[in-house]
Design a protein around this ligand. Structure first.
Ligand SMILES: NC(=O)c1ccc[n+]([C@@H]2O[C@H](COP(=O)([O-])OP(=O)(O)OC[C@H]3O[C@@H](n4cnc5c(N)ncnc54)[C@H](OP(=O)(O)O)[C@@H]3O)[C@@H](O)[C@H]2O)c1
Length: 320
């Protein structure tokens, strides 16, 4: 272990999706960890149950030389004044996403390193792979090189986290591409695509549970092929009929209007207007978001899932 990690305590602020995995993986690698969690909340008791020392986030930051900021992005600006007051001038900061480094005007320690170590997957996956001796790729970036060794700090943190290979990028690139990926494909695009396909079939009289199995449930098998083999490899694993339909029809589904929508939402990310809109929604108590989530939960696609698959467990807490 380098002198830096051998002599440093790492404060993991937040014990949610990423925080839990970072704390456990770093501890497995021999790093001394203190968890920063709000007193009396679920995260505090979950961390204590796993044997971590816990303090409220500013106190944890005060005790550490390296501080991993793993609070929800939207909670960081309000929590920051108390955290900033607790940081030493040379505290090193690790973020898992560049959102607040790019869009919020955080007061940073004047001479500390500020780096990005962003695993390319949920914390539950990072932890599961680590337990199996496998790794997850991560992006590294340096926002500020206070010590002259910020890249080395980021690389060593990633290694102890169980991330490999690592790709060097910038805070801007990581943030903009991450937001675009989740809006256009991984969350927004995927959910809108499967919902639209389901509605198209059901509106024309097809059984909802069959529409569900075909347009939603099977997606995982194809996504697994895509993950393992890439686009060309997936095409080798499907029937000739599916292959012809893919190449001749897919570009009609994601055609000119969808590409124009992608370009427009990328521009909203790059200009900062998406971040301002999200900050205003958070400041206003998430009224639109909560109504949208409640409305979507009542969509017939949820009933179709239950009818097609029977009762299933809800989302695991660690995946939340
Ligand atoms: N989720 C992912 O797949 C993923 C992937 C890569 C990077 N990231 C990045 O990782 C970072 C953490 O995201 P996450 O998804 O792990 O967050 P999360 O699961 O929502 O974790 C939130 C944690 O922070 C605590 N918390 C919430 N508000 C707080 C506050 N005001 N003060 C102190 N603690 C607070 C919560 O515990 P209590 O409510 O019990 O206090 C919980 O432990 C973000 O920068 C995110 O962009 C996430």
């Amino acid at each position: 272990m380098s002198a830096r990690f051998a002599t440093s305590t790492v404060a993991v602020l937040g014990f949610g999706n990423q925080g839990r995995a970072h704390a456990l993986n770093l501890r497995d690698a021999g790093v001394e960890v203190v968890v920063g969690a709000r007193p009396g909340r679920g995260a505090e008791s979950r961390a204590r149950t796993l044997g971590f020392p816990v303090a409220d986030p500013p106190e944890a930051a005060r005790r550490a030389q390296v501080v991993a900021v793993l609070l929800p992005d939207e909670a960081v600006p309000a929590a920051w004044p108390a955290l900033a007051a607790a940081l030493a001038a040379d505290s090193a900061l690790v973020f898992a996403h560049g959102f607040n480094l790019l869009y919020a005007d955080l007061a940073l320690p004047p001479c500390g390193d500020v780096v990005l170590v962003s695993p390319t997957g949920p914390g539950s996956v990072l932890r599961r792979l680590h337990e199996r001796g496998e790794t997850l790729p991560a992006y590294l970036a340096v926002h500020r090189d206070g010590s002259g060794g910020a890249w080395a700090l980021a690389a060593e943190y990633a290694e102890k986290l169980g991330c490999a290979p690592v790709l060097r990028t910038t805070v801007r690139e990581e943030t903009e591409v991450d937001l675009f990926g989740e809006q256009a494909v991984l969350c927004g695009g995927m959910n809108a695509l499967v919902t639209a396909a389901f509605e198209t079939l059901v509106a024309r009289g097809y059984a909802p549970e069959i529409a569900y199995l075909e347009c939603v449930h099977q997606l995982k098998h194809l996504a697994d092929l895509l993950h393992e083999r890439g686009v060309a490899g997936l095409r080798q694993g499907i029937s000739g009929t599916a292959l012809y339909g893919d190449l001749s029809r897919g570009p009609r589904v994601i055609g000119g209007p969808s590409r124009a929508a992608m370009a427009a939402l990328l521009e909203e990310i790059r200009s900062g207007s998406f971040a301002r809109e999200w900050a205003a929604e958070e400041a206003g108590g998430r009224r639109w978001l909560e109504a949208a989530v409640a409305g979507a939960a009542g969509h017939p696609i949820e009933q179709a899932r239950r009818r097609a698959l029977g009762p299933r467990p809800g989302p695991a807490e660690a995946d939340a």
